[in-house]
Design a protein around this ligand. Sequence first.
Ligand SMILES: *[C@@H]1O[C@H](CO)[C@@H](O)[C@H](O)[C@H]1NC(C)=O
Length: 298
Amino acid sequence: MRRLALAALVACVFVTLVGLVLARRACYFSQEPDASQSGRLRWVMPGSKKDRCACTSIRPGPVNMQAVRWSHPPFYTDTPIFTNDPEDIHDYFNCHDILECSEVRPLGMEDGRIRNASITVSSMWNDWANFGPTRARLNLETKSGSAAWCDAGSSDANSWIQVELGSNVIITGVITQGRGDYNYGNLDRWVTEFKVAFSDDGVDWTDVTNDGSRSPMKIGLLGTEDGRIPDASITASSFWDKNLNYAAHKFPGNSDKNTHVTTTFPKAFQARFLRILSTQWSIYCSMRFEVLGCRSHE
Ligand SMILES: *[C@@H]1O[C@H](CO)[C@@H](O)[C@H](O)[C@H]1NC(C)=O
């Protein structure tokens, strides 16, 4: 008994110490030659923005006589800061727009916290509720009708399903799944590729891009909007897909009926509505899914 208590105490002290070490993170601004101006040094901090924003103190680091090849684009500056104040560090690196969940959780498709009325679709097969939006809950099983939402088929070229999640939700990704009940071998169905958009009002939508950027480039003023400049006169070096929807990333979807495919978005975002737009599917557009993230105060 005593031994057990001692072991528990040691474990407890250990966990506390590890916690303290993890919570403190010293970072370093080192110096290296400025590639754009020979003979000049510049300050550099490696890592991603997320790494830098996790710093709790910043100290001067070594001087590298040769430019280092960083695996991730580092942060360069001529005006570094050295501080032990995490708030100053947050301000310096402009960290306030970084959204993170301390724990990513399902937001309620599977367990029903997302109400039936909060799930809507562009169309459903034959307009039967048996194929409707409430069938899209992850892991749903059924004895009648479909174990997935199924769109109207060829009459709906741009199918989507959306959920209203309420306020203060940070969304980090989705889990998608195919149609569970159908059992006709090669006639089984699922969505193989999809896009994602989010919105605060259900009217204006922002596409999820491959790098998490928020503002797709739009050209205006001189007539691209009202059509005075004809489509054929607008060209670009490259764009994202054949629908000229150059901002939205196409995420790979499912390849069977039941396996979960988890998609983590490049950057978490806060939104009231999430919409999944299917772009390719096997046989028919059929999907079950879960939304991943957290409430923003979590
Ligand atoms: C939600 O929809 C399902 C059908 O897909 C139904 O069985 C269930 O009763 C509905 N829940 C509520 C609260 O209406």
